[in-house]
Design a protein around this ligand. Structure first.
Ligand code: DGJ
Length: 308
């Protein structure tokens, strides 16, 4: 795999897992992400956990045809709508999947928009008994009435799960703890980085610190990434500091992958939101840590993570 070049799956097709996420389950790593082709929304690939070079396409877990199953009476069940007799797709962005050990369910969280504009700014939820099939959709909503755009999830070392998303027209980031079953937000824990317009949050923990990488808010155009840290997700977050170069090496954060004791930044090199979107690729770089434990990245063409 080369950064910024199409990354083929085991059938030779480019991997469409944009704005993605990886989940470890039963000896495999599942790679989820956006696939906007056809009537699809979310694709999933998998690789044996010690491989990471060969990604087998497993299917589309969310499409316009995904069945609805009510968990909360007033979530909006629609995954498509009609205009002038034609089916219109909604937008599902930045899908993330967690495994809930209590309910034995795989729970998907993502950003929902109606497909016409970005004004509804909602979170949406789906779940399944399997990591790569059988998902039912539970609808979209505004957490505690708030706008919710670019998002991620994070399970902390205490086992609590969080949903983090851009709110107030992307001005602030909100941190919500999830309910025990992960199917709703339980508490709006706090708002951070007021009026900093951070997007594309990606969290990880290392040596007792919780880190967040994020981008600034410039649509599909890359900008200077930043990192920040806190002693816990719910604790006091520190200053935003530069991560990578002025364009984060022409990428925007999607998620951080921990592979054994190494940490990898996985970003999207978007090709805009129009037809070129489908040529979007990935930028994967090892996160290194300086003497104070602060993260940084340097550019390399061929990340070891995907090249062995
Ligand atoms: C930036 C976000 O990070 C992307 O996921 C997408 O929502 C674009 N904005 C849309 O302009």
């Amino acid at each position: 795999m080369r950064n910024g070049q199409p990354f083929p799956d085991t059938d030779g097709n480019p991997i469409h897992a944009h704005g993605g996420w990886m989940l470890d389950y039963d000896g495999y790593v599942y790679w989820y992400g956006e696939d906007r082709r056809e009537n699809w929304y979310v694709s999933v690939y998998r690789s044996p956990a010690d491989d990471m070079k060969h990604w087998e396409f497993r299917g589309h877990i969310l499409t316009t045809d995904t069945l609805y199953e009510e968990t909360s009476a007033r979530f909006d069940p629609r995954l498509s709508w009609e205009k002038d007799g034609a089916v219109r797709k909604v937008n599902i962005e930045r899908p993330k999947v967690l495994y809930n050990a209590k309910t034995k369910k795989f729970v998907l969280w993502a950003h929902y928009e109606n497909g016409e504009n970005y004004l509804e700014a909602r979170a949406c939820v789906a779940s399944s008994d399997w990591p790569d099939r059988g998902f039912v959709y539970h609808g979209s909503f505004n957490p505690f009435g708030e706008m919710s755009r670019d998002c991620t999830v994070h399970v902390d070392s205490r086992g609590d799960a969080y949903f983090v998303s851009a709110s107030r027209d992307n001005a602030d980031l909100h941190i919500y703890r999830l309910t025990e079953d992960y199917l709703n937000v339980d508490e709006w824990v706090k708002s951070v980085y007021c009026h900093e317009f951070r997007e594309a949050p990606a969290l990880f923990e290392k040596d007792g610190r919780t880190f967040m990488i994020s981008s600034y808010c410039t649509g599909w155009a890359p900008n200077q990434g930043k990192w920040c840290s806190a002693d816990s997700v719910t604790g006091r977050w520190g200053l935003l500091r530069n991560f990578g170069d002025k364009t984060t090496f022409v990428s925007q954060s999607a998620f951080v992958r921990r592979q054994r004791d190494r940490y990898w930044y996985v970003g999207d090199r978007w090709m805009g939101g129009g037809p070129k979107y489908f040529e979007s690729t990935y930028v994967v770089l090892e996160i290194q840590f300086d003497g104070e434990g602060n993260p940084f990245i340097e550019y390399t063409d061929e990340p070891e993570l995907f090249n062995g």
